[in-house]
Design a protein around this ligand. Structure first.
Ligand code: IMP
Ligand code: MG
Length: 183
């Protein structure tokens, strides 16, 4: 277990441990980028980051994909209130880019139940892309059965509440450059 040094970014919050260091994340993101480039030797690739959680991951990942591509973002919200995801998603920001005929790579921070992502894939498929695949930095592997499996996974994450590198707790800690488990 890595002991956590005092970090002014954490606002005095205790973190249990650093789960993935900056170095581990950087190495894995570079590997993912290479494997994505190999998977898409041709075609119009569109990296579609799901905001806000994937802002940092998307920015780092696309720099490691040595081929032409486009970048856009989507913002999704779920219908109804409450903190539990209802499984009904709608787009609060719709990509400018036309998806038709493109190879869409949906970039996610973390797959937990997988509900958000599954619904998003279904919604985006109506835009007739050539293909659509998911790249998630973290996968908790909680979902029993995902109709649209996650093709590219950074790390199989522990079932703990993680923050940093885009992941938030009540909108805080997104800027922390490593991933930590909240105490
Ligand atoms: P899902 O629909 O259950 O897969 O929820 C995925 C979303 O929940 C992610 O995009 C995150 O915004 C959030 N989430 C799930 N687990 C965590 C976590 O450990 N830390 C921070 N956010 C999380
Ligand atoms: Mg969140």
């Amino acid at each position: 277990m890595t002991t956590v040094p005092a970090d002014p970014r954490l606002m005095g919050r205790e973190v249990k441990r650093i789960v993935y260091s900056e170095r581990q994340i950087a190495d894995r993101v570079a590997e993912l980028g290479r494997s994505i480039a190999e998977t898409y030797p041709d075609g119009d690739l569109l990296a579609l980051g799901l905001l806000k959680g994937s802002f940092m991951f998307t920015a780092d990942l696309v720099r490691h994909i040595p081929r032409p591509l486009q970048v856009d973002f989507i913002v999704a919200g779920s219908y109804g209130n409450g903190t539990v995801s209802s499984g009904n998603v709608r787009l609060l920001y719709d990509p400018e880019t036309n998806l038709e005929g493109k190879d869409v790579l949906l970039v996610e921070d973390i797959v937990d139940s997988g509900r958000t992502m599954q619904k998003l894939v279904e919604l985006l498929m109506t835009r007739r892309p050539r293909s659509i695949q998911i790249c998630a930095l973290l996968h908790k592997n909680i979902a029993e059965h995902l109709e649209h499996p996650v093709k590219f996974v950074g790390f199989d994450a522990p079932n703990e509440f993680l923050v940093g590198y885009g992941l938030d707790h009540a909108e805080n800690f997104r800027h922390v450059p490593y991933i930590a488990s909240l105490a």
